[in-house]
Design a protein around this ligand. Structure first.
Ligand code: PLP
Length: 375
């Protein structure tokens, strides 16, 4: 049976497809090093796992308010200098962003974002029938968009601008001036500025600034997935003005009801785990150094050092598509990487350096060997 136009407008999530392929090859006995996944090997803090367990034992297995439990919304409101009515607890980051798009973006509206970008912005735009206007960024400028390029791309047709700093897949971190300009433009034109801050804990040059408080139309996405090694627990949140959150909650309530109840209780107080957050930050920073130090010497690669998140996005100069390149590296060197085209960045590939150092040492050596052999 034919799927809907909405479904046909999107492709399967590329990272999931590659992860699956790596898993199959591993199961067939291959010595695969999978650097394709945007997830860490870290353990979640004990306070989280114990908190979830305790919540389950206390019978927190029922529906909650669709917007999230009041205690959590109040705690997050304090963290973001907001009112609790401005918080929506979502089922991971994806559902929060998807519900925002479905609630606010119409067919024919324009959605603007710097590219290369997390593939979901393009997919959700397509699901809404919106036109995408991309702001190209490049390795030469550390993948940072300029304020001028933002001005050139927004208009009265713009409904939503999405920025993501620290960035997946480029590792870029945007300057405060850029974020501020985007928030001011959002107020001038009346579009939504989605500031995706899901990698806020992984910022290696102390550049990170939240867009929260920079304008009336700013919506922040943050959450527990990446910061607390909790990608599978599916709790993140949006912070935005009360009226907007009310609309997003309409979609969210029909689609998912509420975020997992025991997890909402389990994450209470987690942002007090400063030591845990610092330890992960420090470890990821040194992994960034390790990978960069090897690959910056690799012949045929152009690299901008990652300033945040846990990705590097090298540009290569071989005469093959990024899909062909990643398939070849997987075949020849048994390293899983994501083709740049998945993010709107052909002639690049993405490495996730969120794996332990001994794996990164082997993985980068194999990548290096591959490119050396091609010279
Ligand atoms: N935003 C960005 C930029 C991401 O890379 C991801 C996950 O990879 C998310 C949001 C959402 O994460 P999740 O749905 O796993 O919470």
């Amino acid at each position: 049976m034919k799927a809907s136009d909405r479904c046909n407008a999107i492709k399967p999530l590329p990272t999931v497809v590659i992860k699956q392929k790596c898993a199959e090859m591993k199961a067939a006995g291959k010595d695969i090093i999978d650097l394709s996944i945007g997830d860490t090997d870290f353990m979640a803090p004990a306070s989280l796992t114990q908190g979830v367990q305790k919540a389950l034992e206390n019978g927190k297995t029922h529906y909650t308010a669709t917007t999230g439990i009041k205690e959590l919304r109040e705690e997050l409101a304090e963290r973001h200098k907001a009112d609790f009515s401005e918080i929506l607890v979502s089922v991971g980051g994806k559902e929060g962003v998807c519900s925002l798009f479905l609630a606010m973006v119409n067919e024919g509206d324009e959605v603007v974002f710097p590219e290369p970008a997390w593939p979901a912005y393009r997919a959700y735009s397509a699901m809404c029938g919106a036109e995408v206007k991309n702001i190209p960024t490049s390795v030469e400028n550390n993948f940072e968009p300029t304020i001028d390029s933002l001005h050139e791309n927004v208009s009265n047709k713009t409904k939503l601008v999405a920025i993501n700093s620290p960035n997946n897949p480029t590792g870029a971190s945007y300057q405060k001036e850029f974020i501020k300009a985007a928030a001011e433009l959002a107020d001038d034109y009346g579009f939504i500025l989605l500031s995706d801050e899901i990698y806020s804990n992984y910022d290696y040059e102390e550049r990170f600034v939240s867009a929260r408080g920079m304008g009336e139309n700013v919506v922040v996405l943050d959450g527990y997935s990446k910061t607390f090694a909790a990608t599978g627990l599916r709790v993140c949140y949006l912070v935005g003005n009360k009226e907007l959150i009310k609309q997003v909650n309409k979609i969210h309530a029909y689609n998912v009801g509420n975020a997992p109840s025991a997890v909402q209780y389990g994450v209470l107080g987690l942002y007090n785990e400063k030591k845990y957050m610092e330890k992960n930050h420090k470890e990821m920073k040194s992994r960034n150094d390790l990978v960069y130090d090897v690959l910056k010497e690799t012949p045929g690669l152009e690299i901008s050092k990652s300033k945040g998140a846990f990705y590097l996005f090298p540009k290569y100069s071989l005469n093959m598509s990024s899909v062909e390149l990643c398939a070849d590296i997987l075949e020849q060197q048994e390293v899983g990487l994501v083709p740049g085209s998945a993010f709107g960045g052909e002639e690049h590939f993405r490495i996730a350096y969120s794996q332990p150092k001994h794996i990164l040492e082997q993985g980068t050596k194999r990548i290096n060997d591959y490119f050396e052999a091609k010279q």
